[in-house]
Design a protein around this ligand. Sequence first.
Ligand code: SF4
Length: 210
Amino acid sequence: MDKKATVLEIVNRLDKRYPNVKTALNFNSALDLLVATILSAQTTDVNVNKVTENLFKKYKTAYDYAKVSLEELENDIRSINFYKNKAKYIKNLANTLIEKFNGQVPKTMEDLVTLPGVGRKTANIVLWNAFGINEGVAVDTHVKRLSNRLGLTENTDPEKIEKDLMDITPREHWGKLSHLLIMLGREICKAKAPNHKICPLNDICPSSKT
Ligand code: SF4
């Protein structure tokens, strides 16, 4: 199988195992998802979801985050690690959204990556999960590791990996592919001990014997 056929087979098989896949972060709006993504750095999605349950009831717009004091916002997210820095990032984000985008989250990659702390990975996650737009493949640590193990790329730089994945994957699967690989990476193809035996991809994976 060439890489294009392999990636289609991967999507087909993982789609059956993880139907209706999407980000594990809870959100009601694109703004929620941006904030949740900032909070998720170096912590688990479960921890973030615990905090955002109340946070998203209190803060519904960029103006809500902009007008609250830094101390109050810190207090609202203090159970998350690095909460002081993260509160600053959220305030910065809210102010930029108000100054440049009328308080709305933009719907293009070009605009999203101008926001403080937002790179292609976060922009791809927001575009696909909040707006249903396939603009690229979000490459996080799981996608990076699995793409290499599955022989889809030899690159290690996330932007180069993303380009390789976009070249071999039909556009309508870009957003989904990322989340399917993340699910497999969390459940079976873990960094330290990949469980090849129970993996649904073991017969098409070049790393299944290593
Ligand atoms: S066969 Fe092993 S290395 Fe390949 S994707 Fe599955 S768990 Fe990962």
